[in-house]
Ligand binder design. Structure first.
Ligand code: C5P
Length: 210
């Protein structure tokens, strides 16, 4: 039995107390991955941004809002885990200044200065120990395999799951899983529960059996 950490859902970066930037992510893939892990007898910790999906009761769910909070929770729980699956879509940009009162409309528009948020999977990839593994996701619109492989390397992932924008908020998904030398170790499509089972089978074969 392994202890598997899953990041799931979107994060929010507030502009003022009521407005925020976010990403389109339902948390469905994270929930299906958690089900697949539990069905195989693994222990699951989910770190989730705000979502409406129901996570399995047997999973330990840690709710967060911002990318910084997701990173802090992931760093806290990663040492107790055998590996992490990065199914979250953390918001990549944060306003440089967060207003503590609601911004008033002036009729002159609004200019935001954004800075990049930390990358959670890259951070965990950089600190993983020899027995730990990291599986990332890459949602690409063009040059898909090449970009996914660049991401795998940049984030020190052991495997990367490549999917397209049609995965967003859909009940279905079409994926390829690439290893660090660019071999497509799995290509499949189906409902998200079916795809999650296939991802977990690949993780068991490639990362848990060694
Ligand atoms: O760079 P991109 O966002 O396409 O990378 C996707 C992968 O990186 C996913 O596994 C996602 O969960 C992870 N990620 C992250 N922290 C970020 C951005 C992406 O963990 N700030």
């Amino acid at each position: 039995m392994a202890h598997i950490l899953i990041t799931s859902g979107p994060t929010r970066q507030y502009i003022d107390p009521v407005r925020y930037l976010t990403n389109a992510s339902s948390g469905k893939m994270g929930a299906c991955l958690a089900d697949s892990c539990l069905n195989l007898g693994h222990q699951v910790t989910i770190i989730s941004g705000p979502v409406n999906v129901a996570y399995p009761e047997e999973a330990n769910v840690i709710n967060v809002s911002t990318t910084g909070e997701m990173l802090a929770a992931a760093r806290h729980h990663f040492p107790d885990a055998d590996g992490v699956i990065g199914a979250a879509a953390p918001c990549d940009y944060s306003p440089r200044i967060v207003q503590d009162q609601k911004i008033k409309k002036t009729g002159d528009g609004l200019t935001l200065h954004l800075e990049e948020t930390p990358d959670i999977i890259a951070t965990l990839g950089g600190i993983k120990l020899a027995h730990q593994w990291v599986v990332g996701f890459a949602l690409e619109t063009d040059d898909q395999r090449f970009r996914a492989l660049v991401k795998l390397e940049a984030k020190c992932c052991d495997l990367i799951v490549l999917n397209g924008p049609s995965a967003m908020d859909s009940p279905n998904n079409t994926i390829e899983i690439l290893d660090p030398v660019g071999t497509i170790v799995l290509a499949t499509k189906g409902t998200k529960p079916e795809v999650a089972d296939a991802i977990l089978q690949t993780i068991e074969q490639k990362l848990l059996s060694s």
